[in-house]
Design a protein around this ligand. Structure first.
Ligand code: ADP
Ligand code: ZN
Length: 750
């Protein structure tokens, strides 16, 4: 392999003729970087974005290193052209290599997450922008109209901006700006980048922090200065003021000219958060999530790569943006399962963010009211710094949490709300306050069956029941999106009108609420009723503005929102998440219910939470009802930790899920069995070091028409899991029609 010879240039000797060669990684599922010739007259450095020929296409890529060799230079093709962008920083390339190795994915597949907007490599068309004319500023110019004065104030920081941007910020029409150009107050120039949020202002006055918040800020500063710990956790109940605390760290990073990444679960990327950011820093951050328009994606990607965009607030994939100079990462709601990407490159964004921070030698702040056991274990073992905000900000009180024993407090037949909860709803309405009923199940009923023969309506493509949705009048599969009309007669026995529904979904709860409280204004909020950000935003603002009295919602409502009039939360089925017995079932249920409970009584009025349960003596219910004392939570987590340790499970050992899938069941079984026969198993004296369980049909034995088998590998932390797995899986011949996916640190076992 040839080595880097001079600053930024590669030489590769062939047949006495010297041609510069280098390797380019392309965003396709290949691990290898391909060699290319550098055309004469072009200087390329590692990290440069280039367009290269592959087959008969031209595709983007990134210069990854010196030539790999192996292909005679005569046969190599030349780089077509470089793109006019700063090179991808070394830390980013190291990070991508690291993620590829850890998740056992092809490097090109990981690069694809970084090069997610190929169009952004092309320079944007120049746009007309304005700057203040020299000598003209809001203080100096006399006799300005209020509108013109505001325009000059908005432009005071000297950044060129498009007229539409200025008009929006100053609250005037574009005509005002045109007239100011004619008057010589402002001058036009061409800019290429229209990066959003060029200048969040760290010097705007933040709120007066409380004593506890100031101490938290000081502790985070101390961590950031020393960085002798892997991360810092801000741990505090919802409403404790954690966001304001980490905004201080954002301000510090901005002061140093650094970029900042704030990760949020997608669902929490609400306007409310953006408004708070705007209030603190004077402009909106750049956003990164799955609902952006192509133009927005392009602008943000390019702004980030060029270093002009200073703050990105985004869902997990924002972690892979090619930041020019990232100085701080924040992972809010660090415990949230949405940080796990379950398809393609399977990774956990919180864990990878910690790695990214480590590689970049920058601080990382994890934030949660209900930290994951993994994170708490890191705190307990001294690897993470810990900052605790024990109380709600401004003395707002935590809600009282009370259990309702559904065995004693029975709802009417075919009803799901207990008399106690009904009474509480009634009182809440009488007080002119709002109630939220929480059930994490979409649709009308989870199960539809035939009363005559017992036939259940299931999905033709998945191992899953079809869920009746009354609003659409159809049966839906929540796993693959399959839909069908509810048949009139049973497809099995032909009986007419024989279908009965079992159990409640949110639609059914809404129906019950409407019957019991016909006067109340109601709303149902689930991912299928609020299927885009605008709709969701409107519904959330309707709740804030008290246009509804009773909200029935799924977990979409649980996160981050702040509803001043909401004083009652009723959890319809607190036991729901405990069924199935997955590794993290208890932890997740605790987190979700705590979060839902946190919606009640965030302002002035104290809130009340009722949990309907058939097992009120369960330790989760105990921990939840002793809310407010962190001991409740920590005791719960410590017991959870003991159980995991005894079972030799994460975070005390490592897991890898192996999912074998394909359309031909026989082929899938054959591969799964072959894997099972050669699976890593520790020698008898050291059984615990590594063990493989399975193969067994996956709980979703069929998904989207693919048959699925699973194996689970459990290993000591000292085992090189990736190396072991790679050797094992490579040794088994797999036809191209069967897919073997590896899920390192699995969160889902379905
Ligand atoms: P968390 O992120 O812990 O849930 P927030 O940062 O959202 O808490 O704070 C809860 C509420 O208290 C918010 O409405 C926030 O604006 C307010 N708040 C927090 N800290 C302060 C402060 N120092 N001064 C004024 N209001 C604050
Ligand atoms: Zn399905």
């Amino acid at each position: 392999m040839s080595r880097l010879k001079q600053a930024g240039l590669f030489n590769f000797k062939t047949d006495d003729k010297t041609a510069a060669c280098l390797s380019v990684l392309v965003p396709y599922p290949v691990d290898k970087a391909y060699d290319y010739i550098v055309p004469e007259g072009i200087a390329l450095s590692i990290g440069d974005y280039v367009t290269v020929p592959l087959g008969n296409r031209q595709i983007p890529g990134v210069v990854w290193g010196g030539a790999e060799g192996g292909v005679p230079a005569k046969k190599l093709k030349a780089v077509v052209f470089p793109h006019n962008l700063p090179p991808m920083p070394e830390v980013q390339r190291k990070f991508l290599d690291w993620v590829a190795h850890y998740t056992m994915s092809a490097r090109g597949a990981v690069l694809k997450m970084s090069l997610s907007v190929p169009k952004a490599l092309e320079e944007a068309k120049p746009v007309k922008a304005y700057k203040i004319a020299s000598g003209a500023n809001a203080e100096k110019v006399k006799g300005l109209s209020p509108q013109r004065r505001r325009v000059l104030e908005v432009m005071g920081d000297g950044h060129p901006r498009r007229s539409s941007e200025i008009a929006e910020a100053a609250g005037c029409g574009v005509a005002v700006i045109k007239s100011m150009e004619s008057a010589g107050l402002i001058v036009a120039e061409e800019i290429r980048s229209a990066a959003p949020c060029r200048a969040p202002d760290p010097d705007l006055p933040g709120p007066m922090l409380s004593q506890a918040q100031r101490e938290a800020v000081a502790a985070i500063d101390a961590y950031a200065a020393a960085r002798s710990k892997g991360a810092v956790l801000i741990d505090g109940v919802t409403g404790a003021g954690k966001t304001e605390v980490y905004f201080e760290s954002v301000a510090r990073a901005l002061h140093d000219g650094k970029q900042v990444l704030i990760l949020l679960p997608e669902i929490a990327l609400s306007n409310a958060f953006l408004d708070r950011f705007k209030a603190r820093f004077g402009c909106a951050p750049a956003l990164w999530h799955s609902h952006l328009s192509p133009g927005q994606r392009r602008r943000t990607w390019r702004g980030v790569a060029e270093g002009q965009t200073k703050v990105v607030v985004g869902a997990r994939s924002a972690l892979f943006l090619p930041f020019a100079d990232l100085g701080l990462i924040i992972v809010d709601e660090e415990h949230d399962p949405a940080y796990k990407q379950e398809e393609g490159v399977i990774y956990h964004a919180r864990d990878m963010a910690v790695v990214r921070a480590h590689l970049g030698k920058i601080p990382i702040i994890l934030v949660s009211a209900t930290p994951s056991l993994e994170t708490m274990q890191n705190v307990w073992e001294g690897r993470y710094a810990h900052v605790h905000l024990p109380d709600r900000f401004g003395g707002a009180r935590l809600p009282d949490v009370e259990m309702i024993d559904m065995r004693a407090d029975k709802p009417e037949r075919q009803h799901f709300i207990s008399p106690t909860l009904n009474k509480a709803i009634e009182e809440t309405l009488q007080n002119g306050e709002q109630a939220l009923l929480f059930l994490n199940r979409r649709g009308y009923a989870p199960l539809t069956l035939c009363r005559s023969c017992g036939h259940r309506m299931d999905c033709p493509r998945c191992t899953a029941w079809l869920v009746e949705h009354k609003q659409s009048g159809r049966l839906h599969c929540h796993h693959c999106g399959f839909e069908a009309m509810q048949p009139k007669t049973c497809p099995e026995c032909g009986a007419a009108d024989s279908f009965a529904v079992c159990g409640p979904g949110v639609e059914r709860i809404l129906e019950e609420v409407k019957r019991t409280f016909p006067e109340a204004r109601t709303m149902m909020l689930a991912s299928d009723t609020a299927d885009n950000n605008e709709k969701l935003g409107k519904m959330l603002s309707d709740i804030r503005d008290h246009k509804v009295d009773i909200i029935v919602g799924t977990q979409i409502i649980a996160k981050g929102h702040h509803f001043p009039g909401l004083t009652l939360v009723g959890v319809i089925d607190a036991d729901l998440g405990l069924q199935g017995g997955e590794l993290r079932a208890a932890e997740r249920t605790y987190q979700l219910l705590h979060q839902v409970a946190g919606r009640a009584g965030r302002e002035g009025k104290k809130g009340k939470v009722y949990l309907q349960s058939f097992m009120p003596e369960h330790r989760i219910m105990k921990a939840l009802s002793s809310e407010g004392e962190r001991e409740g939570r920590d005791d719960f987590l410590k017991v959870e930790a003991l159980e995991r340790k005894a079972a030799h499970m994460p975070p005390f050992a490592r897991l890898a899920g192996i999912i074998v899938s394909g359309r031909e069941e026989a082929q899938v079984i054959e591969v799964a069995k072959a894997l099972g026969r050669t699976a890593p198993q520790g020698a008898s004296k050291d059984r615990q070091s590594i063990q493989t369980f399975g193969p067994a049909p996956a709980p979703f034995a069929r998904l989207r028409g693919r048959y699925r088998y699973r194996l689970l590998v459990r290993a000591d932390k000292k085992v090189d899991l990736q190396k072991t797995l790679a050797a094992w899986i490579e040794s088994v011949k797999t036809p191209s029609t069967v897919r073997v996916q590896i899920d390192i640190d699995p969160q889902s076992f379905l």
